[in-house]
Design a binder for this molecule. Sequence first.
Ligand code: PXP
Length: 236
Amino acid sequence: MRLAVNIDHIATLRNARGEGVPDPVEAALLAEKNGAAGIVCHLREDRRHIKDEDLRNLRASITTKLDLEMAMTPEMQMIALRTKPELITLVPEKREELTTEGGFNITAHFGSLAEFIKPFKRSGIEVSMFIEPDKHAIDLSLEAGADLVELHTGKYALQTDSVNGDREFRRIREAASYAKSIGLKVVAGHGLNYGNIAPFREIPEIEEVSIGHAIIARAVMTGLGEAVREMLGLIG
Ligand code: PXP
């Protein structure tokens, strides 16, 4: 299974001081150097983490695959067609949310989805739908012209007991199997971390997982000791 690393929260940290570090591009290159198969970023309407310039710099620098998560808006469509990522992932977006809550409401947007997707197909950009692990949403994704579905693993990740965790995991496994059987590529993501990822090895249909927060949070802790030692070396 491949790993795509979401670097949004490197930008969150950078923006906390409004200065240049840490640099999302440097983080992306480091992730690639260590085996990431792709880099994911979400250009939100409010630009709370990744900025337009980051997206341009990422496009110019990374050598694996750029997955741009975006809302289904004319502004994002224009930016994406100009940037030419290998892949776009359509996600729901609400200004007040802390992170992407729930999958894309494909039923509500179905009327205009196929038209929205068409220019991407003409430009050779693959389209992924970030949806709940639900058969109807998978069928509609295919019908609208998507190439992939990204199954939302947030509900699974939030479960604290094994009965509910197993139930949510089964939903994901069945959805992955169904999506693959009708010709869609399948990836998964949201809320995955070092403690809950292992069972995903049992789902061969899932080609890739997209992970952000857990990896960036881990990186802070695994890197902090070295950062302190380096500073001590400098102050003597
Ligand atoms: N996939 C999608 C579509 C997302 O919106 C996000 C969050 O930005 C992720 C994966 C990664 O989620 P997390 O940061 O919880 O690993």
